[in-house]
Write a protein that binds this ligand. Sequence first.
Ligand code: NCD
Length: 334
Amino acid sequence: MRARPTTLPLGLEGPWPHRHILDLDTFSRREIELALGLAATMKQVLRRDVKKVPSLRGKVILTCFYEPSTRTRISFEAAGKLLSADVITMQSAGSSVEKGESLVDTLLTLQAMAADVLVLRHPHAGAPYVAARHLRHTAVINAGDGTHAHPTQALLDLFTLRERWGALEGRRVVIVGDIAHSRVARSNLWGLVRMGVQVVLCGPPTLLPWDLLQGRHETPGHPFASVEVETDADRALEGADAVMVLRLQRERMETGLLPSLQEYIALWQVNERRLARARPGALVLHPGPMNEGVEISPGVAHGAQSVIEEQVTNGVAVRMALLYLLCAAGGAKA
Ligand code: NCD
């Protein structure tokens, strides 16, 4: 891959090295900082009276979602439109997918329509990687693949924390809930660890990502060596700077992983009493959609410490930054 050298509006020389955005495991701390810095510039654009800028005029962005989405799809579409790109939405319902067309054939068709960027959400882990392998002229952004990864959500979570704190290094972030089935948690793990955050994973043992954590204490240089696991939510929240709450992904669960919803609520719901164990002013994040009264109490979800709505606004700014990096900073045409 050869990218066109360019000067980014951050004053950084050099090309953006990623042709696609598939997950954060391949992102260095510097690249994450660059993306977050550019997102901060984009957020200033969002605050203007006239929000539209011409940066991606003439570019075509396709969103292709094979799973439900509110925030992710709409924020990508808003981001593309605010940068003056043409944004086309493909709904899998009503398309030739229903006539049995394969994913690869659908994607090649979309590429043939001169798409510069394809934003893909798919129920199967790895689908965006298949897309990236087959598409020569179109950059792929993973908008969530099965239980595997959701890198743009993790970047907007990092952005939200960094905007509040200034720096991320040394902070303590507790992720509570169904981590095993959460692509948000998995991408956040890579991002948070890379930024020097102390991560604590908390949830029922049946919903923890043991596959990712395997061998972390025995294998030298294991990326998640510093990650703590604490199944007791009261203890996990002790001293937390932020709590990231996750939905129970019942659509991805086999049966028998939870004794009962009542027990989950009693032991792991993030409510006012539990949140009081965290540092004063600890931030509460949730990627949405929330099941209020299950993983989070309504008082915490809408309370003074919640930054859940800020996450949504930041999602537009971060996705503007990523589209810009792929289209205008050398990625897409490489
Ligand atoms: C998440 C997703 O789809 O992975 N939501 C999102 O993108 N904001 C989390 C979820 O569905 O629970």
